[in-house]
Design a protein around this ligand. Structure first.
Ligand SMILES: *[C@@H]1O[C@H](CO)[C@@H](O)[C@H](O)[C@H]1NC(C)=O
Ligand SMILES: *[C@@H]1O[C@H](CO)[C@@H](O)[C@H](O)[C@H]1NC(C)=O
Ligand SMILES: *[C@@H]1O[C@H](CO)[C@@H](O)[C@H](O)[C@H]1NC(C)=O
Ligand SMILES: *[C@@H]1O[C@H](CO)[C@@H](O)[C@H](O)[C@H]1NC(C)=O
Ligand SMILES: *[C@@H]1O[C@H](CO)[C@@H](O)[C@H](O)[C@H]1NC(C)=O
Ligand SMILES: *[C@@H]1O[C@H](CO)[C@@H](O)[C@H](O)[C@H]1NC(C)=O
Length: 796
């Protein structure tokens, strides 16, 4: 035995297992239950509800609802901030940097430092009496349709469980079966760490249910978040009994479970929210599991099925191994291209499962943990951290053909806007909208955490609004552009026109910072040698303002608004007043207004490279001088140790893709697998602590190797690591302008592509490093005027 090849042994064992054929590009699957939440559970969701499944013989399912946070809206407007602002600016302009920063910390911070934090509903615990003695075990998550299955044998009986999150029905549903009639018994409870108001099992009126009511914990007078969650159990022929919080079912063959949780965020009174739970569950019970399951799968498959990628077959049958073994083997000597495809599919699954436009008036985008958290307070508060992380969450939306997954972000922007306007008035004396570096479920835009290197950054809205422009670029929705994106851009522009001040002939920001980095105060400034985070005119802010102003001009042109319009003229007049990027001693983009000595040259944030990715300002196709300077800074960051968190590592993938360096993308992809994913493929910060952004950054980074369209050109295979993935294809990716793209490559080189125009318009093409191509058989010489619905065949 000891001499047997482990892999051959495993494959031999699998041959006797019903699940041996699971496609390693599509399924996460395991031969044992999860033992730890963060590293093992399988996540499903319908955006509003999330469920994380352990799959044990005795089952635990952690349940989340996206508005179940840890408290009500807070007023966190810094009372003394506006009065201090002029002095703060004078100190910065006088290069009295330490005193300026100290004054910000003492005068411009809110009295309450923290925003609200994402919480959880609780666990559904299912004791089947199968604590030990199970065999023939598999559990799996299907990343192409979003459901989860568990199967095992106990005492000669095969037990199965299916879990699905239904967007149309608004519930989580499960079916448990036994292969032998009457062999299924379970005792079910809800549990939660704290703040339970009631927890009751009931069989009255033939409605067999668990109901847990809870609160975010504040006194009733302070308007806590109240929530009700219910699980309805249906099992014909079985016996039900209820005692306290435990529902017991015996003698069942099939048990169906339907779960809903609602909060007073959407249904302000306790009775309204309880009624909504019953409405959804009654409808789900009448629909029945199979029909509900099939409709849910049809919906998510339609979204997920729009695009796929194929990067070739992994060698030595490695893709046939359970996912945890592949993640382990990918820690070194990476050689599993199908695992890249699996992680790409998983990123899209997580996006669809945490960011759907549901029937609710307000949806929430994925927070730092998507919609999956198992504690009353998530790590880092599970917030919407908008100095990179929330943006990263939405990067795969357009290019992987899931553009409507951005809609929940726009709901959050709508919630936050009036609060951002109030903040702009009271902290800066300006009209328009400002957010700092986080939002919570209430859209609280105040400076957050009272932390010197992150808090005083007034550019959150400036970045988020770019996603509205992207929505239009991908889907061409002029109504959205006219009614939602354009007014929002103008509101932010209004803030910037008032908020910025003139310094050395430019309109600059400040007090601000370069998220979350610091510098050493240079000699000649005060206090020289001190480590400081804050300044005026950090380079990223300039890039963000440039994208707002040029976005207004782009949107106005698309909407037929004349360039003489006062808003358009104001944007056009502002643009040349924005400070242009400065280039430093080794040819790099400067992060600060002058070349301050660095405290952390390998910093994880790539803020001054926003212009390279996600923006296009530093694209080699736009400005080769700036792209060379961006590369100098990027290479320096990497050589000094950047990529030190999972999300940072995946941002590096995206950045190098924008420099057309497939070899570097591959290097950081391999480095991501070496440290960051858990056995259930969740991204972590440093090998532990789940943070979902890196999953989305990974999916985006892989896509950016294969297709880019941010610089006015549909660029096929811009950064293909041809020696690592010599043969492959993509189907159904989406380029800006509404072009759907299929590409095939072979031997590391482009072979053919089909570009489908979905709404007409100019198609400018580029393949790899600009090689000669033919379109419909004729040499390509420049942009083509396309007609909607027409396919264009590209060959070499
Ligand atoms: C939540 O998950 C973490 C990480 O897996 C684990 O350490 C913790 O015990 C879990 N908390 C609960 C309440 O299950
Ligand atoms: C910096 O500002 C502080 C506070 O106003 C002041 O006491 C100090 O003298 C200034 N330092 C310099 C070098 O101007
Ligand atoms: C293993 O489980 C499968 C279902 O997944 C079942 O069909 C098969 O009979 C089981 N095998 C054994 C040996 O129990
Ligand atoms: C989003 O969902 C709402 C409610 O179901 C619906 O009215 C709206 O049309 C949807 N928006 C889009 C862009 O699909
Ligand atoms: C803000 O808007 C109000 C109402 O439109 C206007 O009266 C006021 O002058 C504006 N304030 C600034 C500082 O622009
Ligand atoms: C590139 O950017 C630099 C710095 O902003 C600018 O001076 C130069 O004109 C730009 N070049 C092109 C070709 O736009």
């Amino acid at each position: 035995m000891a001499k047997l090849n482990l892999q051959a042994l495993l494959l031999g064992l699998l041959a006797t297992n019903a699940s041996a054929a699971l496609d390693g590009s599509r399924y996460l699957w395991y031969t044992a239950p999860a033992t730890d939440w963060e590293t093992g559970v399988l996540p499903i969701g319908n955006s509003r509800l999330g469920a994380a499944i352990f799959g044990g013989g005795n089952e635990v399912v952690t349940i989340n609802e996206d508005t179940l946070w840890d408290g009500p809206l807070q007023n966190r407007i810094p009372p003394n901030g506006l009065a201090a602002l002029p002095t703060v600016r004078q100190l910065f302009v006088a290069n009295n940097l330490t005193s300026a920063g100290n004054l910000v910390m003492s005068q411009m911070m809110p009295a309450v430092g923290s925003e609200r934090q994402f919480s959880y509903f609780g666990n559904l615990n299912l004791n089947f009496g199968h604590a030990s003695g199970i065999s023939n075990y598999t559990r799996s998550l299907d990343t192409r349709q979003g459901d989860c299955s568990v199967s095992y044998t106990f005492n000669g009986v095969t037990y199965t469980r299916e879990y699905v999150a239904s967007a149309p029905a608004g519930v989580i549903a499960a079916r448990f079966t036994a292969s032998k009639a009457g062999a299924l018994s379970v005792s079910a409870t809800f549990s939660r760490i704290s703040n339970i108001l009631s927890n009751i099992a009931s069989t009255s009126g033939g409605v067999n249910a668990l109901t847990l009511q809870g609160s975010s914990g504040q006194a009733a007078a302070s308007n806590p978040i109240l929530f009700t969650g219910k699980a309805r159990f249906v099992a014909s022929g079985a016996t039900f009994s209820a005692s306290g919080g435990t529902l017991a079912i015996t003698g069942a063959t099939t048990i169906d479970v339907f779960i809903d949780v609602e909060t007073n965020y959407r249904y302000p009174t306790a009775s309204a929210l309880a009624a909504e739970v019953d409405k959804k569950l009654n409808a789900a019970v009448s629909q029945g599991f199979q029909s509900l399951h099939d409709a849910a799968i049809a919906g998510s498959s339609a979204l997920l099925g729009r695009a796929n990628i194929n990067l070739g077959t992994s060698p030595n049958g490695i893709a046939n191994l359970p996912t945890d073994q592949r993640v382990k083997s990918a820690r070194s000597g990476f050689n599993d291209p199908q695992l890249i495809v699996l992680a790409w599919n998983y990123g899209r699954h997580l996006l669809v499962a945490s960011s759907r436009n549901t029937s609710a008036a307000i949806d929430m985008p994925p927070n730092l943990q998507g919609v999956w958290n198992n504690a009353t307070n998530a790590p880092w508060g599970g917030k919407f951290t908008i100095n990179i992380n929330t943006e990263m969450n939405l990067w795969p939306a357009g290019q992987t053909n899931l553009i409507e997954t951005q809609l929940p972000l726009f709901d959050l922007l709508r919630v936050a806007q009036p609060r951002g306007q109030e903040m702009a008035q009271k902290l800066y004396g300006c009209n328009g909208t400002v957010f700092h570096h986080n939002l919570d479920v209430w859209g609280d835009p105040a400076p957050t955490d009272n932390f010197p290197s992150s808090t005083m950054w007034p550019m959150g809205a400036t970045w988020l609004v770019q996603h509205m422009l992207e929505q239009y670029r991908f889907n061409g929705d002029l109504n959205f552009l006219r009614n939602t994106a354009y007014p929002y851009l103008l509101d932010i522009s209004k803030f910037l026109q008032c908020y910025t001040f003139t310094w050395q002939g430019n309109r600059v920001t400040g007090p601000s910072l370069s998220p979350e980095n610091t510098y050493f105060v240079p000699s000649g400034s005060s206090v020289a040698g001190q480590q400081e985070p804050m300044d005026i005119a950090p380079e990223m802010d300039n890039q963000l303002m440039r994208d707002v102003m040029s976005g207004i001009i782009e949107a106005a042109a698309a909407l037929g608004i004349a360039s003489s319009d006062s808003n358009v003229r104001a944007a056009a007049a502002f643009l040349p007043q924005i400070r242009t990027p400065r280039i430093g001693s080794f040819g790099q983009i400067l992060e600060w207004r002058s070349e301050y000595p660095e405290t952390d040259p390998g910093h994880r944030h790539l803020s001054p490279l926003y212009g390279l990715h996600p923006s296009n300002q530093f694209s080699p196709l736009v400005n080769s001088t700036l792209s060379a300077a961006a590369k100098a800074l990027l290479d320096h960051r990497v050589a000094s140790g950047s990529g030190s968190t999972g999300w940072s590592r995946t941002w590096l993938m995206n950045q190098y893709a924008r420099l057309f360096s497939g070899a570097d993308v591959w290097k950081h992809l391999v480095a991501w697998f070496a440290t960051y994913p858990t056995p259930n493929l969740w991204n972590t910060n440093g090998g532990s602590t789940f943070q979902i952004d890196g999953n989305f950054g990974f999916t985006s980074g892989v896509t950016e190797m294969l297709l880019q369209s941010h610089a006015g050109t549909v660029h096929l295979l811009p950064a293909l690591p041809g020696s690592n993935i010599p043969t492959g294809n993509v189907r159904g990716l989406l380029a800006r302008g509404g072009f759907q793209v299929d590409i095939d490559w072979q031997g590391g080189s482009f072979k053919t592509a089909t570009v489908t125009s979905t709404r007409g318009g100019q198609l400018k093409l580029r393949v790899a490093n600009g090689q000669s191509i033919k379109v419909n058989g004729a040499a390509y010489t420049g942009a083509i005027s396309t007609s909607s619905g027409t396919k264009y065949s590209i060959t070499v």
